[in-house]
Ligand binder design. Structure first.
Ligand code: PLP
Length: 331
């Protein structure tokens, strides 16, 4: 059987032309020399952070308190010394950096868009600290790739900061609509992870058709602003409508609109009724995913939601808000 039809690990005949093309597309997307594909975003974080932190001698990891489980697990697996800094708090990060031997390798791991609150990491300030204390940076752009930046390279692209980040990680499964994950960085760094990460070495490569589909999606979003502009417009429209009826949502600079319910039972009930009675599917986000008292409906408008979709949603929410006797802001 030839490798185009038979699945295999990347290093043992599993690498196909489409994997190579996709890695080139990804390296170009983030302005890096190289990219390395994984079977998911979860695996890319777990394997890359686990490998870098364990194989770089005496490495110390500084990890944002809000980081995704895949980053936490990778760092834990590495058994490297780790310090957690308060979420998006550069003063706390600096406090930790000051106490670490300047000669030790340091890796700061954080995200751009955090998915539960929709807030955005202070990338520039973290890069400034990384320069000052001679640290490497690892940025998870999973909730931003495809959606931010003039070519969909994420928040770091939008802010002109991609070249200051050591590793940019992303997923092919969210905005790009396929499946898979990746890291981008220097050729040497990607080779290093390729050579040591068991989560890369000992698993079957993504199907070539999936790699080809992901590359097509990335190529499209590199040149099309339509979807990004339309999504921003949809998000703004939803916020305006929520404001008009006084429904509370968490303010942030992203496309994520967390509508705050503040009660786990009501949150679940509203979500169930939205589905049963209105045919609208929105997940309740309860403890332990978010702190108690901040239970919410997390809404992410897509470019394809129409004015009527948004009107219908807001009308439904307004009715359910009244039924639950939930409070409103004064409009
Ligand atoms: C979803 C997610 C991942 C994992 O990506 P998958 O491709 O779904 O495995 C990594 N980081 C963050 C922040 C995520 O939300």
């Amino acid at each position: 059987m030839d490798s185009a039809r038979k699945g295999a690990t990347r290093n043992i005949s599993g690498t196909n032309h489409y994997h190579v093309l996709l890695e080139q597309e990804l390296a170009d997307l983030h302005g890096k020399e190289s990219a390395l594909l994984f079977t998911s975003g979860y695996v890319s974080n777990w394997a890359a952070l686990g490998t870098l932190a364990s194989c770089i001698p005496d490495c110390v990891v500084l990890s944002d308190a809000g980081n995704h489980a895949s980053m936490i697990e990778g760092i834990r697996h590495s058994r490297a010394e780790r310090h957690i800094f308060k979420h998006n708090d550069v003063a706390d990060l600096e406090r930790l950096l000051k106490h670490i031997d300047p000669d030790r390798p340091k890796l700061i791991a954080f995200e751009s868009v955090y998915s539960m609150d929709g807030d955005i990491g202070p990338i520039r300030e973290i890069c400034d600290l990384a320069d000052k204390y001679n640290a490497m940076t690892y940025l998870d752009e999973v909730h931003a790739v495809g959606m931010y930046g003039p070519r969909g390279g994420g928040i770091a692209e939008r802010e002109g900061l991609m070249d200051r980040i050591t590793v940019i990680e992303g997923t092919l499964g969210k905005a790009f609509g396929v499946v898979g994950g990746y890291i981008t960085g220097t050729a040497a760094l990607c080779d290093f992870v390729r050579s040591f990460a068991s989560g890369f070495i000992f698993t079957t490569a993504l199907p070539p058709a999936v790699a080809a589909a992901a590359a097509a999606s990335i190529r499209h979003l590199k040149v099309s602003e339509l979807e990004r502009r339309r999504q921003r417009d949809r998000v703004a429209k939803l916020r305006r409508k929520l404001d008009a009826i006084g429904l509370p949502y968490m303010a942030n600079q992203s496309h994520i609109v967390p509508v705050m319910v503040g009660d786990p039972k009501k949150c679940k009930w509203i979500s169930d009724i939205l589905m049963e009675r209105y045919g609208i599917y929105i997940q309740p986000i309860n403890y332990p995913t978010v702190p108690r008292g901040t239970e919410r409906l997390r809404i992410t408008p897509t470019p394809l939601h129409s004015d009527e979709d948004i009107d219908r949603l807001v009308t439904a929410l307004s009715e359910l808000w009244s039924q639950c006797a939930l409070s409103r802001a004064v409009a």
